[in-house]
Design a protein around this ligand. Structure first.
Ligand SMILES: [Zn+2]
Length: 77
């Protein structure tokens, strides 16, 4: 069984990169109503409008998400 986390990618207004948020952090940010969320990489982000096209993915968030969900090795046919 592989470890997997569910994340949402949001574009940050300060660096225009997409960062990954856990579902729990997304819920916390909405509950606190400050409009700020802490991404997996530690960056505090202010999300862009959903009308803004996605930015480049944050390399650190990407690495953390990929590390949490490794592809199954040895299951290739
Ligand atoms: Zn990030």
């Amino acid at each position: 069984m592989s470890a997997q986390i569910d994340v949402t990618w949001l574009t940050n207004t300060t660096d225009m990169s997409d960062h990954a948020l856990t579902d729990a952090e997304f819920a916390r940010g909405r509950r606190d109503e400050h409009g700020e969320y802490r991404a997996l990489c530690g960056q505090v982000l202010l999300p862009c409008s959903m009308l803004v096209p996605p930015g480049p993915p944050c390399p650190r968030c990407s690495a953390l998400v990929c590390g949490a969900a490794p592809s199954p090795a040895g299951d290739r046919r």
